[in-house]
Every structure is written in structure tokens, then in C-alpha cells.
Design a protein. Structure first.
Length: 114
């Protein structure tokens, strides 16, 4: 059940449904999904989704997608909201990440994954 949810959001990271809506869709309670996320992934649903979007953004920016297109692709309300999140998490702007050489981006992605 958790795998289905995670794979669906991985395919459509802009999905705005909360954990209660996903529970209804999958035939599970919000509480059940919340416990499963914590026990199986060591984080809550919001944290997991935020991290997924961050890693997706690194892929998209690294492939040359613009900051605005990346923000929209991932479901952020505005490019500035996306830029704020990215800068808070990474320590530099998405524009700076996009401009960095590929080897620097790869090193950054590996350090965030651990």
C-alpha cells in the first residue's frame, strides 16, 4: 500500500492530495498511513514528499529545466516558493545549482542523500 502511494507521487510530484485523501483512495485510515510512513521510512508523509520533490528538482534543474518550469512541474504555487524551499534545504539558490558544473551537482546530490 505504501509502495503504491510512493510510486504514484514519484510519477506525479505535483499531486496535492494530503495523507487523508490518499488513505481514502487506498482504503486505509490516515492514522494507518501515518504510522506506516514513520515505521517503514522513518519520517512523516510531508517530510517524505518534500524530500522527493527536492531530489526531483535536482534532476530537473540538472537536465537544464528552468527554475520556473521546475517549480510548476513539482506543484509549487510560485517559482519564489520553490526557490525559498530549495535555498533553505541546499544552502544556495536553484539558479546557482543549475549553473554549477555537473560534477559539483552530483557531489551535492550524494551528500543530500545520506
Amino acid at each position: 500500500m505504501l509502495r503504491k502511494l510512493c510510486e504514484a507521487i514519484d510519477r506525479a510530484p505535483a499531486d496535492a492530495e494530503d495523507i487523508a485523501a490518499w488513505g481514502a483512495r487506498l482504503g486505509a485510515s490516515e492514522r494507518t498511513l501515518t504510522r506506516r510512513f514513520q515505521s517503514e521510512l522513518g519520517m512523516n508523509f510531508r517530510e517524505w514528499k518534500r524530500r522527493l520533490r527536492l531530489f526531483k528538482s535536482m534532476e530537473l534543474l540538472g537536465a537544464g529545466m528552468s527554475v520556473t518550469a521546475t517549480a510548476l512541474e513539482l506543484g509549487y504555487g510560485s517559482p519564489s516558493a520553490f526557490s525559498f524551499m530549495f535555498t533553505r534545504e541546499m544552502g544556495y539558490s536553484p539558479k546557482a545549482y543549475r549553473a554549477a558544473p555537473a560534477r559539483v551537482r552530483q557531489r551535492s546530490a550524494r551528500s543530500r542523500a545520506s
